[in-house]
Design a protein around this ligand. Structure first.
Ligand SMILES: Nc1ncnc2c1ncn2[C@@H]1O[C@H](COP(=O)(O)OP(=O)(O)OP(=O)(O)O)[C@@H](O)[C@H]1O
Ligand SMILES: [Mg+2]
Length: 233
């Protein structure tokens, strides 16, 4: 469904991604893991059209994404939940959700029904300003707003950042429900064990290069992954 080929991205003189190749099949959950500055956000930003790569190809469902604007990428069926969530704090939960449905406003009613079944807490708080929600609720709202565009694939950057461990578990349970409904998921995480436990396959990025890739359960057992990311001597 998503195919990245030979991707290279630079910020001015500094190159941040080198010959990155990645694939996500329909219905699959895939992780991109790696430490600070590895290039995870850069990769997601390039896929959703927020950065123009200097080389390579990005395909989604057979469409070439490079050169498209972020809203054209949304229309093709990709929703992006950025690390800083980019909610509108002075708007209500409901208004934030409605903004997510800007490209299919006619389906707003049924979509809200679906979202409130998945996140009952958001329905309870729908008249509250987004800025007054807890960190966990804000992350739920950011995911829910992405779902309002009826995406085929959901991209998440560091979804567990800033959440207490119990909330991280709850959020991943909700993502699991979305997977069960057939949604394709690509997520970037610094919390390597969490990401590897949730996904089928993963890519390990280091300094802009894919150093390792494979089944997540194999990577969890890989000695170099254990040493570098799982705190095992
Ligand atoms: N806007 C920018 N201008 C210049 N350099 C940037 C910019 N954004 C990122 N970089 C550089 O690109 C490299 C990759 O950064 P990126 O944010 O993609 O990493 P990351 O894996 O998402 O890190 P983190 O886990 O901290 O979010 C880093 O060296 C970073 O300094
Ligand atoms: Mg990042």
């Amino acid at each position: 469904m998503i195919r990245v080929e030979g991707l290279e991205v630079s910020y001015g003189e500094t190159q941040s991604l080198w010959d990155v190749n990645l694939e996500v099949d329909r219905g699959e959950a895939v992780a991109v893991v790696g430490s600070n500055g590895a290039g995870k956000t850069t990769l997601l930003n390039a896929i959703v059209g927020m950065l123009r790569p200097r080389k390579g190809q990005i395909l989604f469902d057979g469409h070439r994404l490079i050169g498209l604007s972020p809203h054209q990428v949304v229309r093709l069926g990709i929703a992006y939940v950025p690390a800083n969530r980019e909610l509108f704090p002075q708007m209500t939960v409901l208004e934030n959700l409605e903004l997510g449905a800007y490209c299919n406003i006619r389906e707003k009613g049924p979509l809200l029904g679906f979202i409130f079944r998945l996140f009952p807490r958001l329905e309870e708080r729908k008249r509250q300003f987004a800025g007054t929600l807890s960190g966990g609720e804000q992350q739920m709202l950011a995911i829910a707003r992405g779902l309002m565009s009826r995406p085929k694939a959901l991209l998440l950057d560091e979804p567990s950042t800033g959440l207490a461990p119990l909330l991280v578990q709850e959020m991943y349970r909700q993502l699991q429900q979305l997977r069960d409904e057939g949604l394709t998921i690509l997520l970037a995480e610094q919390q390597v064990p969490t990401a590897l436990s949730f996904t089928e396959r993963a890519y390990v990025l280091e300094n802009g290069w894919v150093r390792l890739s494979g089944k997540s359960k194999d990577l969890l057992e890989d000695p170099s992954v254990k040493r570098a990311y799982l705190g095992v001597a």
